[in-house]
Design a protein around this ligand. Structure first.
Ligand SMILES: [Zn+2]
Length: 232
């Protein structure tokens, strides 16, 4: 039950905003270092798996993995305003612009960005629509209002009181980058085509060579994913 004083408190919308950043971030594997909701300031300190600067090289190594990781980051950025019930503004809007510039440096065009942002927002809203999620954001917001400032450790203990393990996790789809601009994906398409076309004895050698090449590539991607997961 949310205390009545919280519902009518002028800072409650901001408390929900920060609670939503923190809860969503936590559930998608972002590190929450601390949250502050006071009259002077409201912010959440978060570390993402990548920076706007490191995205370019990570993306080149695995566009599918990192476009999905970027969708999760966009979700954490956008969820604050969603919970507050307003349009994106201030630092969150600036942050989104920064990620757009970073994604464009990876070779994405405006259409790719809009597609990724729309898919990310769709996944985010379908998660937030769960009544257990919006209830958890309200409860966490109320606690933040009471505490004013919480550390990383303080946030962990608030989470255990919320029994977050029963909350659904946000589910971000892999948004396949356009194959004309990303050589990685056009390569995968090429091997699929070769299955259909190179079906005669004379072509078997070439096909096997390609299959070996892509098997190596996939193993490399798998290692990257495992390294990345281990680092989280
Ligand atoms: Zn925010």
């Amino acid at each position: 039950m949310i205390e009545t004083y919280a519902m009518s408190h002028p800072l409650f919308p901001l408390a929900k905003h920060e609670a939503a950043h923190a809860l969503h971030g936590f559930l998608v594997g972002h590190t929450i270092h601390g949250i502050c909701v006071t009259r002077k300031s409201a912010h959440t300190e978060i570390t993402y798996p990548m920076s706007a600067e490191s995205l370019t090289s990570l993306f080149a190594s695995n566009p599918r993995l990192w476009s999905c990781e970027l969708a999760r980051v966009l979700g954490t950025v956008m969820v604050g305003a969603l919970a507050e019930g307003v349009a994106l503004y201030g630092q969150d809007a600036e942050s989104l612009d920064g990620w757009q510039r970073a994604y464009r440096r990876c070779g994405a065009d405006v259409a790719d960005w809009l597609k990724l942002k729309a898919a990310s927002f769709a996944a985010l809203t379908s998660w937030y629509r769960h009544s257990s999620v919006s209830a958890a954001v309200m409860t966490l917001g109320e606690r933040l209002l009471r505490e004013g400032e919480v550390s990383e450790y303080g946030f962990q203990s608030l989470l255990s009181a919320l029994v977050v393990q029963h909350l659904p996790e946000p589910n971000y789809p892999v948004i396949p980058p356009s194959s004309t601009r990303w050589p990685h994906t056009s390569g995968a398409a090429a091997v699929r085509r070769s299955v259909a076309v190179h079906n005669t004895m004379s072509d078997i050698g070439e096909y096997e060579e390609r299959a070996r090449f892509f098997a190596t590539l996939n193993a490399e991607q798998e290692r990257n994913i495992q390294r990345y997961r281990a680092a989280r």
